[in-house]
Design a protein around this ligand. Structure first.
Ligand code: NZQ
Ligand code: ZN
Length: 389
């Protein structure tokens, strides 16, 4: 086990009707907020009205910026920064999913920064301060509600890049599983793939002696695998929705990677796909992760066999660990298919036209490696993308 510091400061407020507490909680920080949200699902579901009423009851002045798209764009972030500066807004409330929250985080680090906020995402500069961000989560998936990351797409060149910094942890996040009843099944499934990927990115590690976190990963993963079909069958199954929502947060709040180094190669590759083709991040991961596994499993057959046995209950076969490992990969692929996700690029009408470009961008023209279990160069990324066709 490696040395680590674990300090996740996000206060989680979980359960039925908890969005009604948003005014009271926000009031502890400010009298004025930027309410940031997406394409309108929160208006259809009535959540918008409940949040506005709660803020108004607490005497909070509300400015609004809607229109965050999945795979959130830099241009809207600039708009948000302008609104905050012009109106002296010092707090951002994100109501929505990972895209809305990531956009809010980008605005939060951009407001006090004199340069272009993209500098942080391009790795040219590091944030020194940020406005506080809070969230009301509507989709369990990205884990941004208690992560220290934000992922933004720059339309100039279609670069999708992440920023990780402890200033980005939200100060509080409200998680009411009932708010997820209205998710279309496809979004629920995409969220599942993202949550499972967040666990697997951590599970596949070269770090030895990580028994506790292995077991925590397995518990979280199996909770998703069991509850997703229940939520797809009955979208208003509170118990299933609650398990999924909490698992989504636990999967990405950095507890599961304490003392171990994760991989993250599949995420880096997926971001190139959703940057160019604008597909849901979770769908991209359902395509990339099995291909990545097929490409790298020989590096650590024992760990991949352990994954198969513990996550998917594949029979132990001490005489053929490779067979066990391969059956684990097949089980993951079958599961993704069974919940309605694509598992090949061709399933989302992507051909080989941009594979070379994606491999090039992912590795900064073959000057950087991605992943840790196997450090992938441009050719490796290209091979993985070809396996995913
Ligand atoms: O825009 P609206 O109308 O709200 O609709 C959204 C959107 O179309 C809809 N939706 C959300 N909640 C709903 C709902 N529809 C009905 N009922 C509800 N309760 O769902 C669609 C997808 O929303 P989005 O926010 O894009 O989903 P997600 O949470 O999966 O976020 C994806 C983004 O997060 C990034 C991804 O790369 C992607 O850009 N990630 C962020 C991470 C982080 N900050 O830590 C880590 C992740 O690995 C990931 O990269
Ligand atoms: Zn993800």
């Amino acid at each position: 086990m490696d040395n680590f510091i674990f300090n996740n400061p996000t206060k989680i407020i979980f359960g039925k009707d908890t969005e009604l507490l948003v005014g009271k909680e926000t009031k502890k920080y400010t009298n004025k907020v930027l309410l940031h949200y997406g394409g309108g699902s929160i208006k259809k579901t009535g959540l918008y009205d409940r949040v506005i009423n709660s803020l108004k009851e607490a005497g909070i002045e509300v400015f609004e910026l809607s229109g965050v798209q999945p795979n959130p764009r830099l241009s809207l972030v600039h708009k948000g920064i302008d609104i905050c500066r012009k109106n002296n807004i010092d707090f951002i409330l994100a109501v929505g999913g990972g895209s809305v929250i990531d956009s809010a985080k980008a605005i939060a680090v951009g407001v006090p920064y004199e340069g272009n906020v993209w500098d942080f995402y391009a790795g040219i500069s590091e944030p020194k301060e940020a406005l506080p961000v809070a969230t009301v989560l509507t989709i369990p998936a990205a884990g941004s509600e208690s992560s220290n990351s934000s992922v933004i797409t720059n339309e100039d060149g279609w670069y999708k890049r992440g920023l990780t910094h402890n200033l980005l942890y939200p100060v509080f996040s409200i998680l009411n599983p009932e708010l997820t009843y209205t998710l279309p099944n496809y979004q629920t499934a995409c969220g599942a793939a993202d949550i499972m990927a967040h666990i697997m990115e951590r599970y596949f590690t070269n770090t030895q002696h990580v028994e506790l976190t292995d077991r925590l990963c397995e518990a979280t993963f199996k909770t998703i695998v069991r509850n997703i079909p229940l939520a797809l069958k009955n979208p208003e199954d509170y118990n299933a929705r609650a398990e999924i929502m909490w698992a989504g947060t636990v999967a990405h709040n950095n507890l599961l990677n304490t003392g171990r180094l994760g991989d993250w190669g599949s995420h880096d590759i997926e971001h190139e796909i959703s940057a160019i083709y604008d597909i849901a991040h979770g769908a991209g991961l359902a395509i990339v992760f099995p291909a990545w596994m097929k490409y790298v499993y020989k590096r650590d057959i024992r760990r991949f066999a352990q994954y198969a046995q513990r996550m998917w209950n594949i029979d132990d076969n001490l005489f053929d660990l490779e067979d066990v490992a391969l059956r684990g990969i097949a089980a993951l692929e079958n599961y993704f298919s069974s919940i309605g996700l694509p598992t090949r690029l061709s399933h989302v009408n992507i051909d080989d036209k941009h594979l070379e470009e994606m491999a090039d961008k992912c590795t900064a023209s073959d000057t950087q490696r991605v992943g840790a279990v196997m450090q992938l160069n441009k050719n490796d990324v290209l091979n993985i993308l070809k396996l995913a066709l």
